[in-house]
Write a protein that binds this ligand. Structure first.
Ligand SMILES: [Zn+2]
Length: 385
């Protein structure tokens, strides 16, 4: 789809890309890559279940060192410059979905970073933290918030929304760097519009305007967002979005980060003309329908036909009844295995026991069976980007 997929050259200074990609232990890359790329690789080596010692080390090394202040909920905040002309809250999160804390070996080559730990790489959201760090070091005006406990229920941002509404109202837009892929500017999270089309186009536009000899960006508005911290701010901030930052297969052992892409994105974020953003949507304005399931909009009763084919006999079935189900099943098993650290077992138990109420809630949030199938395909098929 984009020029990035044809770009296979590693950023190994002075080396030419060979046919067989050379993959190196990140520690051996120190003299071969730009210092900020090396820093990203080192940052990716921290496995950070919520409130783990390695998460606190990571925060101290890469966030507190920026002069960040903590709020009463242990989120970290950095203010850069005068934001009156650039009223944007940039967002990422400090935790990852690793099961175990500590450090891991990161491999780099062929333009990609991966892990060898058998757990995820954690580019979700290490790469977002790295981008914000680079923007802060480059003095790009804005307020930068590093959220805690996103993966276990977005507790950090929930607390901010609950207790600091007045502070949030300073901002016209909030942008999370917390999305897979290359090209999404998220307009809808959980089926609900949270950013206007004009805003998403303008944000895509200022990034797409960045050029080099080797690539073009193709950021476009995308309504298929799931959930990230910025969704918690929809009542206070008009434009709440989430941006693709070039990782794939997040939460899985084969998660990878396109390092070439993210370095180019970093340059674009630093060079972007932020004054060209168009703020259209006011906070707390909700569309009277959502794009996923307008047909269910006026119904609070679950349409029977959508649930009768489900079989919850002790397993999570229901959206895996199409082609490719064996691959999806296998990947689902590994997803369950590797997400044990952050999935709430009691919630899984509840869903098993009460599938109808769970399906009702999903439908009321705007999701239908097709959305679940698509989510399963997107999440469980490694090649599906
Ligand atoms: Zn994330």
């Amino acid at each position: 789809m984009s020029t990035f997929e044809n770009w296979n050259k590693p950023i190994l200074a002075g080396k030419k890309a060979k046919k067989e990609p050379i993959r190196r232990n990140y520690l051996d890359c120190k003299d071969l890559v730009e210092p900020e790329v090396y820093e990203l690789l080192v940052m990716l080596s921290y496995k950070r279940p919520k409130n783990s010692e390695s998460e606190l080390d990571f925060i101290s090394n890469y966030i507190l060192s920026l002069g960040a202040q903590t709020d009463q909920f242990n989120n970290y905040i950095v203010e850069v410059g005068d934001i009156s002309n650039n009223p944007i809250l940039f967002s990422s999160h400090t935790d990852t979905v690793h099961r175990t804390p500590g450090r891991q070996t990161v491999m780099y080559g062929d333009g990609y970073a991966t892990s060898t730990s058998g757990e995820c790489l954690g580019a979700d959201c290490t790469s977002g933290v790295w981008l914000m760090r680079q923007m802060i070091l480059a003095n790009i005006p804005g307020v930068y918030i590093f959220h805690r406990e996103e993966e276990s229920g977005a507790h950090g941002s929930k607390s901010v929304a609950a207790h600091r509404a007045g502070w949030l109202r300073r901002f016209r837009a909030t942008i999370a760097f917390d999305r897979r892929g290359y090209s999404d500017v998220i307009s809808h999270q959980m089926g609900r519009r949270m950013a206007s089309e004009k805003f998403c186009q303008s944000l895509g536009g200022i990034l797409n305007a960045a050029h080099s000899n080797h690539w073009t960006f193709d950021y476009v508005p995308c309504p298929n967002g799931t959930f990230t911290d910025t969704a918690n701010y929809e009542e206070e901030i008009g434009e709440c979005t989430n941006l693709s930052i070039g990782y794939f297969n997040q939460h899985c052992p084969d998660e990878r980060q396109d390092v070439y892409f993210i370095t180019i994105l970093k340059d674009a974020l630093i060079q972007a003309d932020w004054s060209k953003l168009v703020f259209e949507k006011a906070p707390n304005i909700f569309e009277s329908y959502n794009h996923y399931t307008p047909k269910y909009q006026t119904k609070s009763i679950l349409p029977q036909k959508n649930v009768v084919s489900y079989n919850y006999g002790g397993h999570i079935h229901g959206f895996l009844d199409e082609g490719g189900e064996n691959i999806e099943k296998r990947n689902e098993n590994s997803l369950i295995l590797y997400n044990q650290g952050w999935l709430d077992e009691r919630m899984i138990e509840f869903i098993r026991d009460r599938p109808y109420i769970t399906a009702t809630m999903l439908i009321e949030l705007g999701y239908d069976l097709e959305d679940l199938r698509k989510y399963a395909r997107d999440t469980l098929n490694p090649k599906n980007v």
